[in-house]
Design a protein around this ligand. Structure first.
Ligand SMILES: *Cc1c(COP(=O)(O)O)cnc(C)c1O
Length: 390
Protein backbone atom coordinates (compact mmCIF):
# COMPACT_ATOMS: atom_id res chain seq x y z
CA UNK A 1 0.00 0.00 0.00
CA UNK A 2 1.40 3.44 -0.88
CA UNK A 3 1.28 6.07 1.81
CA UNK A 4 2.33 9.71 2.08
CA UNK A 5 3.46 9.13 5.67
CA UNK A 6 7.22 9.22 6.19
CA UNK A 7 7.96 5.53 6.65
CA UNK A 8 9.66 5.76 10.07
CA UNK A 9 7.35 3.21 11.69
CA UNK A 10 7.05 -0.51 11.05
CA UNK A 11 3.28 -0.43 11.23
CA UNK A 12 0.84 -3.27 11.23
CA UNK A 13 -1.95 -3.27 8.66
CA UNK A 14 -4.56 -3.17 11.37
CA UNK A 15 -6.54 0.02 11.95
CA UNK A 16 -9.08 0.91 14.61
CA UNK A 17 -12.21 2.96 14.34
CA UNK A 18 -13.31 3.39 17.92
CA UNK A 19 -12.62 2.39 21.48
CA UNK A 20 -14.63 1.69 24.59
CA UNK A 21 -13.03 0.96 27.93
CA UNK A 22 -10.34 -1.67 27.39
CA UNK A 23 -11.64 -2.56 23.91
CA UNK A 24 -10.75 -1.34 20.43
CA UNK A 25 -12.92 -2.00 17.37
CA UNK A 26 -11.79 -2.11 13.74
CA UNK A 27 -13.91 -0.93 10.80
CA UNK A 28 -15.47 -4.39 10.45
CA UNK A 29 -16.54 -4.24 14.10
CA UNK A 30 -14.04 -6.86 15.28
CA UNK A 31 -13.26 -6.33 18.97
CA UNK A 32 -9.78 -6.37 20.47
CA UNK A 33 -8.82 -6.32 24.13
CA UNK A 34 -6.24 -3.55 24.35
CA UNK A 35 -3.45 -4.60 26.73
CA UNK A 36 -1.08 -2.09 25.20
CA UNK A 37 -3.07 1.11 25.88
CA UNK A 38 -1.29 2.88 23.02
CA UNK A 39 2.00 2.18 24.83
CA UNK A 40 0.91 2.89 28.41
CA UNK A 41 -0.99 6.03 27.42
CA UNK A 42 -4.72 5.27 27.65
CA UNK A 43 -4.59 4.66 31.40
CA UNK A 44 -8.36 5.18 31.73
CA UNK A 45 -9.09 3.04 28.68
CA UNK A 46 -10.80 4.42 25.59
CA UNK A 47 -13.67 6.88 25.53
CA UNK A 48 -13.67 7.35 29.31
CA UNK A 49 -16.71 9.61 29.83
CA UNK A 50 -15.11 11.82 32.50
CA UNK A 51 -11.98 12.46 30.41
CA UNK A 52 -13.85 12.83 27.11
CA UNK A 53 -16.37 15.24 28.63
CA UNK A 54 -13.64 17.34 30.25
CA UNK A 55 -11.83 17.71 26.92
CA UNK A 56 -15.02 18.46 24.98
CA UNK A 57 -16.16 21.05 27.52
CA UNK A 58 -12.77 22.76 27.58
CA UNK A 59 -12.51 22.75 23.78
CA UNK A 60 -15.74 24.72 23.60
CA UNK A 61 -14.68 27.10 26.38
CA UNK A 62 -11.01 27.92 25.69
CA UNK A 63 -8.37 25.79 24.01
CA UNK A 64 -5.21 27.83 24.00
CA UNK A 65 -3.89 31.16 25.25
CA UNK A 66 -0.05 30.70 25.51
CA UNK A 67 2.13 30.96 28.55
CA UNK A 68 2.09 34.75 28.31
CA UNK A 69 -0.89 34.48 30.66
CA UNK A 70 -1.81 32.72 33.87
CA UNK A 71 -3.63 29.45 33.17
CA UNK A 72 -5.82 28.35 36.09
CA UNK A 73 -5.96 24.71 34.96
CA UNK A 74 -2.16 24.64 34.89
CA UNK A 75 -1.94 26.06 38.41
CA UNK A 76 -4.40 23.41 39.56
CA UNK A 77 -2.69 20.46 37.88
CA UNK A 78 0.75 21.57 39.13
CA UNK A 79 -0.69 21.97 42.63
CA UNK A 80 -2.11 18.44 42.54
CA UNK A 81 1.03 16.87 41.07
CA UNK A 82 3.23 18.45 43.74
CA UNK A 83 0.77 17.69 46.56
CA UNK A 84 0.93 14.02 45.57
CA UNK A 85 4.66 13.69 44.93
CA UNK A 86 8.16 14.67 46.06
CA UNK A 87 8.07 17.80 43.88
CA UNK A 88 7.67 21.53 44.49
CA UNK A 89 7.49 22.72 40.86
CA UNK A 90 6.19 21.45 37.52
CA UNK A 91 7.03 22.40 33.93
CA UNK A 92 4.44 21.32 31.34
CA UNK A 93 5.23 20.23 27.80
CA UNK A 94 3.70 17.91 25.21
CA UNK A 95 5.57 14.61 25.26
CA UNK A 96 7.92 12.37 27.17
CA UNK A 97 10.99 13.38 25.19
CA UNK A 98 10.27 17.04 25.88
CA UNK A 99 9.85 16.26 29.57
CA UNK A 100 13.31 14.69 29.47
CA UNK A 101 14.71 17.72 27.63
CA UNK A 102 13.39 19.89 30.48
CA UNK A 103 14.91 17.45 32.97
CA UNK A 104 18.33 17.48 31.27
CA UNK A 105 18.36 21.27 30.92
CA UNK A 106 17.33 21.70 34.57
CA UNK A 107 20.07 19.34 35.78
CA UNK A 108 22.77 21.20 33.83
CA UNK A 109 21.41 24.57 34.81
CA UNK A 110 21.37 23.61 38.50
CA UNK A 111 25.15 23.31 38.51
CA UNK A 112 25.52 26.43 36.36
CA UNK A 113 23.48 28.36 38.95
CA UNK A 114 25.80 27.03 41.65
CA UNK A 115 28.87 28.31 39.79
CA UNK A 116 29.90 24.90 38.39
CA UNK A 117 29.13 25.13 34.66
CA UNK A 118 31.71 22.40 33.96
CA UNK A 119 29.33 19.88 35.52
CA UNK A 120 27.12 18.91 32.59
CA UNK A 121 27.49 15.16 32.12
CA UNK A 122 24.68 12.78 33.03
CA UNK A 123 25.12 9.12 33.88
CA UNK A 124 22.45 7.00 32.21
CA UNK A 125 21.94 3.25 31.86
CA UNK A 126 22.23 0.45 29.37
CA UNK A 127 18.90 -0.58 27.78
CA UNK A 128 17.44 2.82 28.64
CA UNK A 129 14.93 4.67 26.52
CA UNK A 130 14.46 8.41 26.92
CA UNK A 131 12.96 9.58 23.62
CA UNK A 132 13.79 10.55 20.04
CA UNK A 133 15.07 14.14 20.20
CA UNK A 134 18.78 14.76 19.68
CA UNK A 135 19.53 14.97 23.41
CA UNK A 136 17.27 12.09 24.39
CA UNK A 137 18.73 9.70 21.77
CA UNK A 138 22.13 10.52 23.24
CA UNK A 139 20.71 9.78 26.71
CA UNK A 140 19.24 6.54 25.36
CA UNK A 141 22.65 5.72 23.99
CA UNK A 142 21.82 2.74 21.80
CA UNK A 143 23.40 2.62 18.36
CA UNK A 144 20.09 1.77 16.69
CA UNK A 145 18.55 5.14 17.65
CA UNK A 146 21.76 7.17 17.14
CA UNK A 147 23.03 5.89 13.81
CA UNK A 148 23.20 8.57 11.12
CA UNK A 149 22.16 11.39 13.43
CA UNK A 150 25.59 12.49 14.54
CA UNK A 151 27.30 14.38 15.98
CA UNK A 152 25.87 12.92 19.15
CA UNK A 153 24.90 15.39 21.87
CA UNK A 154 27.80 15.37 24.30
CA UNK A 155 27.54 14.46 27.93
CA UNK A 156 25.93 11.06 28.51
CA UNK A 157 27.82 8.17 30.09
CA UNK A 158 26.23 4.71 30.12
CA UNK A 159 26.64 2.07 32.80
CA UNK A 160 24.82 -1.22 33.54
CA UNK A 161 21.73 -1.14 35.78
CA UNK A 162 22.42 -2.54 39.22
CA UNK A 163 26.19 -1.98 39.14
CA UNK A 164 26.83 0.71 41.75
CA UNK A 165 30.61 0.38 41.37
CA UNK A 166 30.28 1.19 37.67
CA UNK A 167 28.24 4.27 38.54
CA UNK A 168 30.82 5.34 41.09
CA UNK A 169 33.62 4.82 38.56
CA UNK A 170 31.77 6.90 35.94
CA UNK A 171 31.53 9.96 38.20
CA UNK A 172 33.99 12.73 37.31
CA UNK A 173 34.34 16.45 38.10
CA UNK A 174 32.07 17.02 35.10
CA UNK A 175 29.17 14.85 36.30
CA UNK A 176 25.91 16.70 36.97
CA UNK A 177 23.33 13.98 37.51
CA UNK A 178 22.19 10.37 37.25
CA UNK A 179 19.12 9.57 35.12
CA UNK A 180 17.28 6.26 35.44
CA UNK A 181 13.89 4.70 34.65
CA UNK A 182 12.67 2.98 37.86
CA UNK A 183 11.24 0.33 35.54
CA UNK A 184 12.88 0.21 32.11
CA UNK A 185 10.00 -0.04 29.66
CA UNK A 186 11.28 -0.23 26.08
CA UNK A 187 14.36 -2.07 27.34
CA UNK A 188 12.19 -5.04 28.35
CA UNK A 189 10.28 -4.28 31.60
CA UNK A 190 13.37 -4.40 33.76
CA UNK A 191 12.50 -3.46 37.35
CA UNK A 192 15.38 -1.57 38.92
CA UNK A 193 15.86 -2.99 42.43
CA UNK A 194 14.71 -0.59 45.18
CA UNK A 195 18.04 -1.11 46.88
CA UNK A 196 19.88 0.13 43.78
CA UNK A 197 17.80 3.32 43.76
CA UNK A 198 18.69 3.83 47.41
CA UNK A 199 22.38 3.31 46.62
CA UNK A 200 22.10 5.83 43.79
CA UNK A 201 20.51 8.35 46.16
CA UNK A 202 23.36 7.95 48.63
CA UNK A 203 25.99 8.22 45.90
CA UNK A 204 24.35 11.34 44.43
CA UNK A 205 24.21 12.95 47.88
CA UNK A 206 27.85 12.12 48.48
CA UNK A 207 28.95 13.74 45.21
CA UNK A 208 26.45 16.60 44.98
CA UNK A 209 24.69 15.08 41.96
CA UNK A 210 21.02 15.29 41.10
CA UNK A 211 19.08 12.02 41.03
CA UNK A 212 16.73 12.18 38.06
CA UNK A 213 14.12 9.62 37.05
CA UNK A 214 12.33 9.04 33.80
CA UNK A 215 8.82 7.97 34.79
CA UNK A 216 7.29 8.63 31.40
CA UNK A 217 6.11 5.01 31.22
CA UNK A 218 6.12 3.97 34.89
CA UNK A 219 4.37 7.02 36.38
CA UNK A 220 0.70 7.97 36.98
CA UNK A 221 -0.38 4.82 38.77
CA UNK A 222 1.04 2.30 36.31
CA UNK A 223 2.91 0.29 38.97
CA UNK A 224 0.29 0.62 41.69
CA UNK A 225 1.86 3.71 43.23
CA UNK A 226 1.30 7.22 41.87
CA UNK A 227 4.98 7.30 40.84
CA UNK A 228 7.00 4.08 40.60
CA UNK A 229 9.99 5.31 42.60
CA UNK A 230 7.75 5.55 45.68
CA UNK A 231 8.19 1.79 46.13
CA UNK A 232 11.84 2.46 47.01
CA UNK A 233 11.22 5.27 49.49
CA UNK A 234 13.82 7.35 47.61
CA UNK A 235 13.16 11.04 47.03
CA UNK A 236 14.40 12.03 43.56
CA UNK A 237 15.33 15.59 42.54
CA UNK A 238 13.74 15.68 39.09
CA UNK A 239 11.22 13.34 37.43
CA UNK A 240 9.87 13.36 33.87
CA UNK A 241 6.30 12.30 33.10
CA UNK A 242 4.41 11.65 29.87
CA UNK A 243 2.26 8.89 28.37
CA UNK A 244 -0.49 8.20 30.96
CA UNK A 245 -0.54 11.75 32.34
CA UNK A 246 -2.93 12.91 29.59
CA UNK A 247 -4.79 9.61 29.21
CA UNK A 248 -4.35 9.93 25.42
CA UNK A 249 -4.09 13.68 25.15
CA UNK A 250 -0.48 14.71 24.31
CA UNK A 251 0.99 15.94 27.58
CA UNK A 252 4.33 15.80 29.36
CA UNK A 253 5.62 17.22 32.62
CA UNK A 254 8.88 17.72 34.43
CA UNK A 255 8.64 17.64 38.24
CA UNK A 256 11.36 19.26 40.35
CA UNK A 257 12.19 19.94 43.96
CA UNK A 258 12.68 23.58 44.88
CA UNK A 259 16.43 23.00 45.26
CA UNK A 260 16.78 21.31 41.86
CA UNK A 261 14.78 24.07 40.15
CA UNK A 262 17.18 26.82 41.21
CA UNK A 263 18.53 27.54 37.72
CA UNK A 264 15.24 27.55 35.84
CA UNK A 265 14.36 31.23 36.08
CA UNK A 266 12.25 33.33 33.67
CA UNK A 267 13.42 32.98 30.07
CA UNK A 268 15.42 29.74 30.51
CA UNK A 269 12.86 27.36 29.03
CA UNK A 270 9.48 27.37 27.38
CA UNK A 271 6.91 25.72 25.14
CA UNK A 272 4.18 27.30 23.04
CA UNK A 273 1.61 24.57 23.67
CA UNK A 274 2.94 23.31 27.00
CA UNK A 275 0.25 23.36 29.66
CA UNK A 276 -2.47 24.89 27.50
CA UNK A 277 -6.03 24.88 28.88
CA UNK A 278 -7.12 21.90 26.77
CA UNK A 279 -4.19 19.73 27.87
CA UNK A 280 -4.73 20.78 31.48
CA UNK A 281 -8.39 19.76 31.33
CA UNK A 282 -7.23 16.32 30.22
CA UNK A 283 -4.52 16.08 32.88
CA UNK A 284 -6.85 17.16 35.66
CA UNK A 285 -9.54 14.72 34.54
CA UNK A 286 -7.00 11.85 34.57
CA UNK A 287 -5.96 12.79 38.10
CA UNK A 288 -9.61 12.93 39.23
CA UNK A 289 -9.72 9.20 38.51
CA UNK A 290 -6.17 8.07 39.37
CA UNK A 291 -6.07 9.94 42.70
CA UNK A 292 -9.54 8.84 43.80
CA UNK A 293 -9.68 6.68 46.93
CA UNK A 294 -8.98 3.06 46.21
CA UNK A 295 -7.89 3.48 42.58
CA UNK A 296 -4.27 2.47 43.12
CA UNK A 297 -5.45 -0.48 45.22
CA UNK A 298 -7.53 -1.52 42.24
CA UNK A 299 -4.42 -1.37 40.04
CA UNK A 300 -2.56 -3.61 42.48
CA UNK A 301 -5.46 -6.07 42.67
CA UNK A 302 -5.68 -6.36 38.88
CA UNK A 303 -1.90 -6.63 38.67
CA UNK A 304 -1.84 -9.48 41.21
CA UNK A 305 -4.56 -11.30 39.32
CA UNK A 306 -2.72 -10.93 36.02
CA UNK A 307 0.62 -11.91 37.49
CA UNK A 308 -0.77 -14.91 39.39
CA UNK A 309 -2.45 -16.10 36.20
CA UNK A 310 0.77 -15.78 34.24
CA UNK A 311 2.69 -17.56 36.98
CA UNK A 312 0.21 -20.46 36.89
CA UNK A 313 0.72 -20.71 33.13
CA UNK A 314 4.48 -20.58 33.55
CA UNK A 315 4.28 -23.60 35.79
CA UNK A 316 2.23 -25.50 33.23
CA UNK A 317 3.93 -24.50 29.99
CA UNK A 318 7.12 -22.47 29.62
CA UNK A 319 6.84 -22.16 25.82
CA UNK A 320 4.95 -18.94 26.08
CA UNK A 321 5.51 -17.75 29.65
CA UNK A 322 9.06 -18.58 30.59
CA UNK A 323 9.83 -15.58 32.76
CA UNK A 324 7.62 -12.85 34.25
CA UNK A 325 8.82 -9.34 34.98
CA UNK A 326 7.43 -6.04 36.09
CA UNK A 327 5.53 -4.18 38.75
CA UNK A 328 1.85 -3.38 38.93
CA UNK A 329 0.23 -3.22 35.51
CA UNK A 330 3.62 -2.71 33.85
CA UNK A 331 4.19 -6.40 33.20
CA UNK A 332 6.20 -8.36 30.72
CA UNK A 333 6.91 -11.98 29.96
CA UNK A 334 9.57 -13.78 27.99
CA UNK A 335 8.80 -16.76 25.79
CA UNK A 336 10.78 -19.47 24.06
CA UNK A 337 9.50 -18.11 20.75
CA UNK A 338 10.03 -14.58 19.44
CA UNK A 339 7.96 -11.75 20.90
CA UNK A 340 6.94 -10.83 17.33
CA UNK A 341 5.37 -14.27 16.86
CA UNK A 342 3.70 -14.12 20.27
CA UNK A 343 2.20 -10.65 19.81
CA UNK A 344 0.98 -11.59 16.31
CA UNK A 345 -0.67 -14.76 17.61
CA UNK A 346 -2.27 -12.88 20.51
CA UNK A 347 -3.58 -10.22 18.14
CA UNK A 348 -5.14 -12.86 15.89
CA UNK A 349 -7.10 -14.02 18.95
CA UNK A 350 -8.13 -10.48 19.86
CA UNK A 351 -5.53 -9.44 22.45
CA UNK A 352 -3.20 -6.51 21.82
CA UNK A 353 0.19 -6.62 23.56
CA UNK A 354 3.43 -4.79 22.76
CA UNK A 355 6.89 -6.19 22.07
CA UNK A 356 9.81 -4.70 24.02
CA UNK A 357 13.56 -5.23 24.19
CA UNK A 358 15.11 -8.55 25.26
CA UNK A 359 12.34 -10.52 23.51
CA UNK A 360 9.76 -9.42 26.07
CA UNK A 361 6.01 -9.18 25.46
CA UNK A 362 4.64 -6.18 27.35
CA UNK A 363 1.22 -6.11 29.01
CA UNK A 364 0.20 -2.52 29.78
CA UNK A 365 -3.59 -2.67 30.12
CA UNK A 366 -5.68 0.36 30.99
CA UNK A 367 -5.53 0.82 34.78
CA UNK A 368 -9.32 0.60 34.79
CA UNK A 369 -9.45 -3.07 33.70
CA UNK A 370 -11.65 -5.42 35.70
CA UNK A 371 -11.38 -9.12 36.62
CA UNK A 372 -13.21 -10.24 33.48
CA UNK A 373 -10.74 -8.43 31.19
CA UNK A 374 -7.72 -9.85 32.98
CA UNK A 375 -9.22 -13.33 32.83
CA UNK A 376 -10.02 -12.96 29.13
CA UNK A 377 -6.44 -11.86 28.41
CA UNK A 378 -5.03 -14.78 30.41
CA UNK A 379 -7.29 -17.14 28.53
CA UNK A 380 -6.00 -15.91 25.16
CA UNK A 381 -2.38 -16.13 26.31
CA UNK A 382 -2.99 -19.69 27.42
CA UNK A 383 -4.58 -20.64 24.09
CA UNK A 384 -1.67 -19.15 22.18
CA UNK A 385 0.73 -20.97 24.47
CA UNK A 386 -0.98 -24.22 23.59
CA UNK A 387 -0.77 -23.54 19.86
CA UNK A 388 2.82 -22.36 19.82
CA UNK A 389 4.02 -25.39 21.79
CA UNK A 390 2.58 -27.95 19.37
C1 LIG B 1 7.87 6.66 25.69
C2 LIG B 1 9.00 7.07 26.53
C3 LIG B 1 9.70 8.28 26.31
C4 LIG B 1 9.41 9.18 25.13
O1 LIG B 1 8.13 9.72 25.19
P1 LIG B 1 7.52 10.44 23.87
O2 LIG B 1 6.21 10.97 24.34
O3 LIG B 1 7.43 9.41 22.80
O4 LIG B 1 8.47 11.53 23.51
C5 LIG B 1 10.69 8.61 27.19
N1 LIG B 1 11.02 7.82 28.23
C6 LIG B 1 10.37 6.66 28.47
C7 LIG B 1 10.75 5.86 29.66
C8 LIG B 1 9.36 6.24 27.63
O5 LIG B 1 8.75 5.08 27.86
Amino acid sequence: MTSAILPTYARGEISFERGEGPYLFDAAGTRYLDFGSGIAVACLGHGHPHLADAIARQARTLMHVSNLYTIPGQERLAERLTANSFADFVFFCNSGAEANEALIKSARRYHFAHGRPERYRIITFENAFHGRTLATIAATGQQKVLEGFGPKVEGFDHVPVGDIDAVRAAITDETAAVLIEPVQGEGGIIVVPDEFLRELRALCDQHGLLLCMDEVQSGIGRTGRFLAHEWSGVRPDIVSLGKGIGGGFPLGACLLTEAAAVGMVAGTHGSTYGGNPLAMAAGNAVLDVVLADGFLDHVTMMADRLRDGLEAQRQRNVTIVEEIRGRGLMLGFKSRVTNADVTAALRDKGLLAIPAGDNVVRLLPPLTVEDEHVDAALDIIEQVGGELST
